[in-house]
Design a protein around this ligand. Structure first.
Ligand code: 0L1
Ligand code: MG
Length: 262
């Protein structure tokens, strides 16, 4: 049974307002414990449509829960996907204002820049690499709208997978010039290394993660399009930051990306 559209609209407004007002709210499942994953994706879709009404533009997708560690923590066996909009893209040389967030965290990611439409339900990492013009070093800033960053899988899908902002570094490379499944990365806060990881943490290979998203989108007759950006999933745990902090992510072979917060 699909969710009544009045309830769906109510949840969309609830999450949309929390985000606009930078306010933590209790989880949606505290009010509606029987929501299914498909209800949650439908709420997510309507939430993005609400942002598009404000003039935002959809520019791609992001993957979440792509590491085995995070999946085990949430007791799930699958990744999740959400949308990226143009107003999420931030620039390395413009300090991020803390007041636009609730309780943000930063995580290292690899961004894929897609050069050809791709749609299907049985696609592989090779298919993704074929249509990828560049990969770039990225940082995703997640900022769950839920109290204390605590939620169920259904809640986080509905909340567009905690998406808030993302940045890309200036070194964009063809994936054919890299051992993409085997890149080392470290993340530092104010010069101190706080996370170390490897790109293989993302479902074994970041392109496998993107292929998973394309196949999942294919189930609802969607796909990725030329010009879109896909964030393939966190390579390490996310870390909190506050005004005055600088976060720097350094990849082996793929350059770096950084931001400071004011
Ligand atoms: O991008 C992410 O990995 C976030 C997925 C949702 C889980 C979280 O907010 O930690
Ligand atoms: Mg992420």
């Amino acid at each position: 049974m699909t969710l009544a559209s009045t309830i769906e609209t109510e949840i969309v407004e609830y999450l949309y307002t929390a985000e606009k007002e930078k306010r933590e709210v209790v989880k949606v499942t505290d009010h509606y414990p029987n929501l299914s994953f498909s209800d949650a994706y439908s709420i997510q879709q309507k939430l993005i449509e609400r942002h598009l009404q404000d003039g935002s533009r959809c520019i791609g997708y992001k993957l979440g829960l792509t590491s085995k560690a995070k999946q085990q923590m949430m007791g799930v066996h699958e990744a999740i996907y959400g949308y990226l909009t143009d107003d999420m893209l931030s620039l390395e040389w413009e300090p991020l204002e803390y007041k636009q967030f609730i309780h943000p965290k930063a995580e290292p990611e690899i961004a894929f820049l897609i050069d050809e439409d791709l749609k299907g339900t049985n696609l592989t990492a090779e298919d993704v690499l074929r249509v990828t013009k560049y990969v770039a070093p990225a940082i995703e800033i997640i900022d769950s709208r839920y109290l204390n960053f605590k939620f169920t899988l259904t809640d986080v899908i509905a909340d567009n997978c905690s998406s808030a902002k993302f940045l890309m570094g200036s070194k964009w490379m063809s994936p054919s010039r890299l051992d993409l499944g085997n890149l080392g990365v470290f993340m530092s806060k104010n010069g101190e290394v706080v996370q170390v990881g490897a790109s293989a943490a993302v479902l074994g290979h970041p392109a496998t993660s993107v292929a998973w998203a394309v196949n999942k989108l294919g189930e609802v007759n969607k796909g990725i399009k030329k010009g879109e950006i896909i964030l393939s999933g966190a390579i390490s745990e996310a870390i909190s930051f506050k005004p005055g902090d600088t976060i720097h992510v350094q990849f082996s072979d793929l350059g770096s990306v950084a931001f400071s917060c004011k």
